[in-house]
Every structure is written in structure tokens, then in C-alpha cells.
Design a protein around this ligand. Sequence first.
Ligand code: RUB
Length: 318
Amino acid sequence: MNLEETARKIRTMEIRGAGRIARHAAKALYTHSMEGESSDLASYCQRMNEAADLLISTRPTAVSLPNAINLVMKPLKYETDVLSARQNLEERAMAFVKRSEEAVSRIGTIGARHIRDGDVILTHCNSEAALSCILKAHKQGMNIEVYATEVRPRNQGHITAKTLSDAGVRTNFIVDSAARYFMKEVDLCITGADAITVNGSVINKIGTSQIALAAHEARVSFLVAAETYKFAPCTILGERILIEERSPDEILSPEMRGTLPNVTVRNPTFDITPADYVDLIITEAGVYPPEMAYTVIREQLHWDNEDMISDLPYCEEE
Ligand code: RUB
């Protein structure tokens, strides 16, 4: 898949989910580097910077995207010749893809330790990292049952239900608004994350914060499964994560909206769950309470590198 095709598919959500978006962006940079004809370093850098900008512009919330691009692109500025620049960038891109795949698998192993035989688990949206924990527990022979939400308006819950069903996991498929109703039957909630701020707030699919609130009220644990590259270094500098708002067409057709002249349809794609409602964040580097987000950013993302701080272009004001 070339750069433009990847960018289009991320924008239209054919490629979706924070981890997948990051891996596809890294692969697109790899392909773009391989396919290019730049004979000098300056034109190669310009070409790759334009590619990075295009990828960054596709979706604004998942921090995995700028973090992946950052990891692949940033060392370019220290290169002195085009041949090694290309080779090193391509190696970094493929290393990121490998690291990301391994992280999801490792999160499954670590996350399964927090699931007990007989647990009923609620999950929201379609998260590879959250599913990795659930599927690992199932593979280990635990008798678990899952509540999977529908996830209006894009119905990502259908993918989750299909994955769980194919794996033989007993699954209840519910509308989003039924989450609180069923919470009394749930032992544990596990969701993924698109971004985690320095104060431990979790940005994930719209509706996540309501589920966390219902879990808190029912004294049900709320765990977040997320690779370390979902943590947002820019939030250390006080920046906020931009919450994507998608087209109202995803909720009501233009024809239907035409009959409702006084109605504005709002379609925020993600919401923010404050750290108070998150019990634990499961990463490939181990589990952390949300209060330790700063440590994760510092130790796992090496944020204190001057360059990284000085020109982080990837977070915008809410
Ligand atoms: C996907 C979503 C997922 C996170 C984590 O939203 O909110 O829960 O991205 O997923 P969308 P993963 O469908 O709008 O991209 O664990 O797979 O990275």
C-alpha cells in the first residue's frame, strides 16, 4: 500500500484502532522511502517530511500515530548522507512495526494475569490490546464471559463480537446504553486507549468514560490495555489532546437532517476518562496506576530528549 492509499484508508477508517493506525503509518513511511528517487539528502528529507505531515493529518486523537512517526522521522535530522538516511529510516520503521506487534502480545500475557477464572469482562469498542488480554485468558483455559458494546455510530463492537465468537469466547452483545444496566453482572472492564495524558486520563472511544463511571459506582475494576506509545509526551507541556469530531452523516443522513432544521447532530469520536476512574494501565513494560503516567512517558518514551520537547508538533489545543 502506498502513502496516499494508507492516508486515505486511515482517514476513512478502513484502517482504524490506534495501534493499527501507528503500524500502517510506519509501513507507509517505509514504502515511501523505498519507492522514492531522491538523489540528495535535502530532497529526501523534504519528501519524507511531507509524507509524515500527510499521515499526521489523517486523524487527530490517537497519539500512537505521531509517536510512531516521531520515532521513525526524528533521527533523520542527524543524518549526513542520503543512502544511510534511507536505510536507517527504513530500519526504524520496520523496527517500530515489530515492536508494536510484540507489545500487543506481551500486553495480553500481562493482562491475563489480572483476569480470574470465572470472570465476566466488559469491553468497549474494538481494541487489539484489550482483546489480547481477554483472548490470552481464554487460551489459558479460563472460563470467562464477555459483554461487548455495539459502539455507535461505527459499530466497531461487531468486530469485537466476531473476534470473540470465532475464538469460542462466550459473548453478550449489548447496545452502548445498556452498559450500566449490566454492570452488576461484570467483574472487570478492560478497554484500550488512543491516548493517555501525563495526569493519567485515558482518551478512548466515545462512551468509555460513562462505562468507567458506571464501573466506579458498582465497585468494578476498570483496566486500560495500552502500548507505551499511547502515552502523550506533549501533555507534559500542558497541551491537550484534540478530540476528533466526525461527520454528522455517520449518525443521521443528510436527508433526515434536512427534516430537522433546528437540530445539530454532534459526533465526537472519543472521550476522556479521568485517572480517578482508572484502576490500572497494562502496558508491554508492566502495569502502572494512572498516576504513574509521567514515569512511563519519561522512562519509556525518553521525553526528556531536548529535541523531542522542542518541536513536538503533534498535539493541538482541545
Ligand atoms: C478505536 C478505539 C480503540 C483504541 C485502542 O477507535 O477507540 O479502543 O484505538 O485500540 P476508532 P488498539 O475505531 O475510531 O479508531 O488497542 O487496537 O490500539
